[in-house]
Design a protein. Sequence first.
Length: 437
Amino acid sequence: MRLALLGCGTVGGEVLRLLHEQSADLAARIGAPLEIAGIAVRRIGRDRGDLPVDPALFTTDPLALIKRDDVDVVVEVVGGIEPARSWLVEALRAGKSVVTANKALLAEDGGALHDAAAEGGGDLYYEASVAGAIPLLRPLRESLHGDRITRVTGIVNGTTNFILSAMDATGAGFAEALEEATELGYAEADPTADVEGFDAAAKAAILASLAFHTRVGAADVYRAGITEVTAADVASAKAMGCTIKLLCIAARAVDPAGRETVSVRVHPAMIPLTHPLASVGDAFNAVFVEADAAGQLMFYGRGAGGAPTASAVLGDVVAVSRNRLAGVRAASESAYADLPVRPMGEALTRYHISLDVADRPGVLEAVAGVFARHAVSIATVRQGPAGGGSAGQGEDADLVIVTHVAPDAALAATVRELRGLDIVRSVASVLRVEGGL
């Protein structure tokens, strides 16, 4: 089986290393040896260390490499939307099998890739696009195909999980925790895709598409990052027996008209320490799956890095290579359900709201009235002097309110009205609460 490798960065280099080190085992598992037909790169002369590869295999013309008749499988680890989309569509239409780790492309236009695979008759595998080496996507699309998945909740970005874990452990603010993550190599020089939730949103779209047999794109995912999470938020979560995580949440839901829909969102949230995801620290990933028959399942491990991602890539290479030798292809995309994606405003969630209010009679009554006007029920209220001091009447006070479950639109409208009250000096923070308390 001859492979065309598109990209030779951190992941591509690890793929080459593993192919070399495990060549005999891989050949035994597949039933034929794997050979590199060519490696497409931007610059041939770049120093790539001691990679076990013939320099003559490098090319700067990926399209010509893809079109070669002796290429069976195209492995893409370049990333980005274009030109990767054009390359992979070309390969798939030509009947070649494709293995990709490109979460951004799959979330942006996975439908085009699946359509091209159906047209050409090749396989499209992408286990490495979500949660690195954790075997997650194949169980969703194969092992659990006989079940009805109801909810997928996950920590799918190691950078943000490291930052939030550091804030929880040390009491540091966001900026300090991000600086540490950068120094240790967990955060990129430009961490926007991670800390603003774009990376997790792409993965949420892929997970929802597989779990609910519906094409879900990145544009369908509600997204909020962690840049506004403060040390005070983390301390407040601790006081409630919670921790804060950036969660991707994909769930079946019934809309007001009684139709089944899909809700997909990514945002920071408080979860109780008793929840299985609460103990997932450092840069690890974990995904919690709930299904009618299988019940609750959790997948855990390292979700990023060259070696873990390359492991997932090679697992897909073995699968598609065996299929080609047997003259079969994997099951095609399952998008028969075609469920509508529910707007974020209709998603049912809970809020933790921290207010700086005037410390005088009637304040609590006025604040409670705002919640009542929007049909939002209050679960708990905690009130104390501003800053935790011993101020008396006439000065400011801290008011922390946790709601019961309500539509997100009603909760957001409540917060907007609270911001307009004279007695509310500021809305210090708003966080969603998940997992039950």
